[in-house]
Design a protein around this ligand. Structure first.
Ligand SMILES: CC1(C)CO[C@@H](CC(=O)O)CN1
Length: 430
């Protein structure tokens, strides 16, 4: 029985402080997927998928040592799963020395789309650049050809803005100014006002977002003449919480006033319709099973006490299905070549190439939606657009970049009752 096991390594960010502890929900989700794929009769016939998981704490150094332990000790691992952009960068850059495919379920950094640095990286988590075609689509929809950018000086936002600038140029949209700040946005916001910025794309983590919002209130860079685009994966009440704790000088009411009307873009990570996915579950079925699992792990789900990574759990679940489907296809291909995954070693390039080719062409409907990878191994994903209306996020629509299809509900609201202008209009009064 032992010889018919396909071993993979899993590196999850569970403990630790810095970064994204998404392994708390993603590891249970991956284990759920392992049960499901090993129960599928006509998948990996006669073989069992086994996951050796460890905690990286979202620390690249610890992630590297976990990877070496996985690879230096038998049995052979045929693939690695990993989360956190920093850990995936380290693991994926090293993994090519072992001819190993690395599947990242929790890495958003645009830098990971570089096939020269990461020739064997695939990710079920979309790159942060997935927001940009949606932002361009919305600017065009509302006739805005003059936009400003306000960003936090973090690698993920710097490379996202570079992609956004290139797309703006292509679309003939002028970037009137690009302001960045480390942690205090005061001067950057002043410069936005000086440049008469009206339509602004904001890229920062949620703690910086609260500081930006309060600064917008103080400098009156909000309301009917302004449109702000924020990132959509902050928690829904992000602009009303942690104010004292983080030294925000605005009241809840002032934050609500500054936040009213802003739009957000985010990648969809939970399949939106009720279709039955490859696992036989709908996304809702998956949610119910995951919630039960997390309650058994001690999370108080009924009182909104979710573990970190809950949002991305479908990405980890679908990553394991991607592995199983890829190995299934590889086994079929290798048997035609008189070969087998049993002969896998870290030096066997032929088998490594077959595994790569199988992952590259993997496509299926997962609980995170349609799973497919671009030529750089990026997850192809839908995006969702929301707007804060009366203090609550309202879904405005979805965008499918591949087909350039914007599904729009026409429920957006403008504080001044009409679409704001992207610049000051000097009417020549005769
Ligand atoms: C949407 C978010 C929160 C972006 O960061 C990812 C973690 C990372 O890129 O390191 C997890 N998912």
């Amino acid at each position: 029985e032992e010889e018919n096991v396909l071993h993979i390594g899993g590196i999850f960010p569970v403990a630790g402080e810095g970064g994204w502890q998404g392994g708390q929900a993603c590891m249970p989700a991956a284990r759920l997927a392992l049960e499901d794929v090993n129960r599928e009769k006509n998948l990996l016939r006669g073989y069992r998928l086994h996951l050796h998981s460890n905690d990286s704490e979202c620390e690249p150094g610890l992630g590297a040592s976990v990877m070496y332990n996985l690879l230096y000790f038998p049995p052979y691992k045929l693939m690695l799963l990993a989360g956190c952009s920093t850990v995936c960068t380290t693991v994926a850059e090293a993994a090519k020395m072992w001819n190993l495919v690395v599947l990242c379920y929790g890495a958003s950094s645009p830098a990971l789309s570089d096939r020269n640095r990461f020739p064997t990286l695939f990710r079920t988590h979309p790159s942060a650049t997935v927001h940009n075609p949606t932002r361009i689509k919305l600017l065009q929809k509302f006739g805005w050809s003059r936009v400003a950018i306000l960003q936090q000086a973090e690698e993920v936002f710097i490379s996202t803005v570079e992609d956004l600038e290139a797309r703006c140029k292509e679309a003939g949209i002028e970037i009137v100014t690009r302001q960045s700040f480390l942690s205090d946005p005061t001067d950057a916001v002043k410069n936005l006002r000086r440049q008469d910025a009206r339509i602004v794309v904001g890229l920062f983590y949620v703690v910086a977002a609260r500081r930006v919002l309060c600064e917008l209130y103080h400098q009156k860079l909000y309301g009917q003449s302004y449109v702000w685009f924020f990132i959509g994966w902050y928690e829904d009440d992000w602009f009303e919480i942690n104010l004292e704790k983080e030294g925000i000088t605005c009241t809840k009411e002032q934050m609500r006033m500054a936040a009213e009307g802003h739009m957000t873009t985010e990648a969809l990570m939970w399949n939106q319709n009720n279709d039955t996915t490859i696992s036989g579950m709908t996304a809702e079925d998956f949610r119910k099973r995951l919630n039960k699992l997390l309650k058994d792990d001690g999370y108080d789900i009924d009182n909104d006490r979710y573990p970190e990574g809950y949002q991305e759990a479908p990405l980890a679940y679908d990553a394991v299905w991607s592995v199983a489907l890829a190995f299934n296809r590889t086994m079929e291909r290798l048997s035609k070549l008189g070969n087998s995954l049993k002969n896998f070693t870290y030096e066997n390039k032929e088998i490594a190439d077959e595994i790569y080719a199988a992952v590259n062409s993997t496509q299926f409907l997962g609980v995170s939606g349609h799973v497919a990878f671009s030529s750089q191994g990026d997850r192809i994903a839908l995006t969702q657009i929301e707007q804060v209306i009366d203090g609550k996020y309202v879904k405005l629509g979805y965008y499918d970049t591949q087909s350039d299809n914007l599904t729009w509900r026409n429920v957006e609201r403008w504080i001044g009752g009409k679409v704001p202008q992207d610049r000051t209009i000097i009417r020549n009064v005769l």
